[in-house]
Design a protein. Structure first.
Length: 125
């Protein structure tokens, strides 16, 4: 990916620490998929909610060859919102890369208990 990273702060003060974290996470996304062409991260505080408190929104727009998608995450902490949106972007990018490569998408094993040996009920008593 060329250096097309863009971080926008709306209704927030720019933070070097947060920008550094975002740059590291964007580099990680670039290592995951070579098809990533552009990225834009928007951080803002969209609304003042009376009942929910102050929420921050992290939004990422990724341009992939032949595709583009936008993900967002809201949270009371901007750092948690950034972390969660990048986790979602990583999953989506892996899914898109697997589809383009023609590989089946691997799902995490949810039934680890079923794959273990059966426990004799008499051992439990």
């Amino acid at each position: 990916m060329q250096n097309m990273n863009n971080v926008v702060y709306r209704d927030l003060d720019a933070s070097q620490a947060l920008t550094s974290t975002i740059d590291k996470k964007l580099k990680k996304l670039n290592r995951i998929s070579t098809q990533l062409q552009s990225s834009r991260v928007v951080l803002d505080s969209p609304h003042q909610h009376k009942h929910k408190g102050k929420l921050y929104r992290a939004q990422i727009e990724l341009g992939v060859k032949g595709n583009s998608f936008t993900l967002h995450q809201d949270d009371p902490s901007i750092h948690v919102a950034v972390r969660d949106v990048f986790k979602a972007a990583e999953r989506k990018l892996k899914e898109v890369s697997a589809k383009k490569a023609g590989k089946p998408i691997s799902k995490p094993a949810l039934d680890m208990i079923n794959s273990t040996d059966e426990v004799d009920e008499s051992e439990l008593h």
